[in-house]
Design a protein around this ligand. Structure first.
Ligand code: NAD
Ligand code: UFG
Length: 351
């Protein structure tokens, strides 16, 4: 956890949008565990309120949750008028790169208009501490690795563009002259590849349908739910020919959020930081580690490259360490072990 901040989350109230989703559910659990009051908001377009029961079990406490869309200003007004909110962590967004290319307006409306509606209501209720889910996808195909925050920004998908637009809106807001001494303080967090699950095995990622992402697919093959993994491309200019990414344990990612939140509540300045480990892992290395630490088999075959994939990127995480005192602690073996524990904990997740 952030070694520098003296701020505790005790008696603070945080509005978490997209709280029932993968990253939201893990973050809410940790916020509650640290004594924070949480108001969770989600429209369940990619999740279910079922997860709240499990979060409450893990945290040993209850919290307020509201079914609402972030584009519904009236519903947000109601939430803000009923709760004395100190800060907002905004996860609610649509996140499929391929879907965003097919449905650009849907993504722009949900992710960009959703952000604007939320910000207007927060402004009206004098809530100016804001943590935003951005993504390493804003770097496009980076010229060099590790990727620092100063790298050229170049979103190649509509999804990536919505994250860039979100960052831009927030940067302008934070730069605006203080009105009634109420300056926006924003933390834009650029996630690399979050994987794994809560170590209890009680919450994790629950993709609907066929998983797009590597780790959920590997888990389903290992569980016998799918016959084999297709590795998209074995001829990339990387050490073993498969794509290299920076996989980060979900619990480390959550700690990054709490460090950023405490920084803002402490009166810290707005910032944009990478949340990654700084280590690159190839698709083959991930599969081999998963097989080794969990004692399972994951049959795979090489398939054509997936359009839009970048050969390799991993983070330069030094700015997050300097500004937040945060760094990732878990290694790839932890990520694979915790992911598999979650997969095995649910009967329907096994053949
Ligand atoms: P997720 O789909 O599991 O969670 C997002 C949640 O937001 C879901 O519960 C969904 O129902 C909700 N939601 C979506 N649109 C909404 C709306 N208009 N109103 C209310 N709720 C809405 O996704 P996640 O992996 O937890 O991602 C959380 C955030 O992190 C997203 O902003 C995503 O773009 C970003 N991100 C994710 C990754 C990743 O690999 N998981 C990487 C980089 C950035
Ligand atoms: N891959 C396979 N087979 C699969 C699935 C994935 O070989 O069945 C490969 C991909 O080709 C890629 C690597 O595994 O080389 C990682 O793919 P993911 O889909 O897991 O992750 P991406 O790096 O493509 O993208 C993810 C999120 C984006 C986000 C980005 C950076 O899906 O939304 O990380 O945070 F923007």
């Amino acid at each position: 956890m952030n070694a520098w901040s003296q701020t505790t989350l005790d008696h603070r109230t945080v509005l978490v949008t997209g709280a029932a989703g993968y990253i939201g559910s893990h973050t809410v659990t940790e916020l509650l565990r640290q004594g924070c009051r949480v108001v969770a908001l989600d429209n369940y377009c990619n999740s279910s309120p079922e997860v709240y029961r499990r979060i409450e079990g893990l945290a040993g406490t209850t919290f307020a949750h509201v079914e609402a869309d972030v584009r519904d200003g009236a519903a947000l007004e109601k939430v803000l008028s009923n709760h004395d909110i100190d800060a907002c962590i905004h996860f609610a967004a649509l996140k499929s790169v391929s879907d965003s290319i097919i449905h650009p307006l849907r993504y722009l409306d949900n992710n960009v208009r959703g952000l604007l509606v939320l910000l207007r209501v927060l402004q009206r209720y004098h809530v100016h501490r804001f943590v935003f889910s951005s993504s390493a996808t804003v770097y496009g195909d980076p010229v060099r690795v590790p990727v620092a925050e100063s790298a050229v920004l170049n979103a190649t998908s509509v999804y990536g563009a919505t994250k860039l637009m979100g960052e831009d809106i927030l940067r302008r807001l934070a730069a605006a002259p203080a009105e009634l001494e109420e300056t926006w303080r924003v933390a834009a967090l650029r996630y690399f590849n979050p994987v794994g699950a809560h170590p209890s095995g009680q919450i994790g990622e629950e993709p609907l349908g066929i998983p797009n992402n590597l780790m959920p697919y590997v888990m389903q093959v290992a569980a016998g739910l799918r016959p084999k993994l297709s590795i998209f491309g074995g001829d990339y200019p990387t050490p073993d020919g498969t794509c290299v990414r920076d996989y980060i344990h979900i619990q480390d990612l959550v700690e990054g959020h709490l460090a950023a939140l405490k920084h803002l509540l402490d009166g810290g300045a707005s910032l944009t930081v990478n949340l990654g480990t700084g280590r690159g892992t190839s698709v083959r290395q991930l599969v081999e580690t998963f097989v080794q630490v969990n004692g399972v088999t994951v049959p795979y075959e090489f398939a054509a490259r997936r359009p839009g994939d970048v050969a390799q990127y991993f983070a330069d995480p030094s700015r997050a360490r300097e500004l937040l005192g945060w760094q990732a602690r878990h290694d790839l073996a932890d990520m694979c072990r915790d992911a598999w524990r979650w997969q095995c904990s649910q009967p329907q997740n096994h053949a």
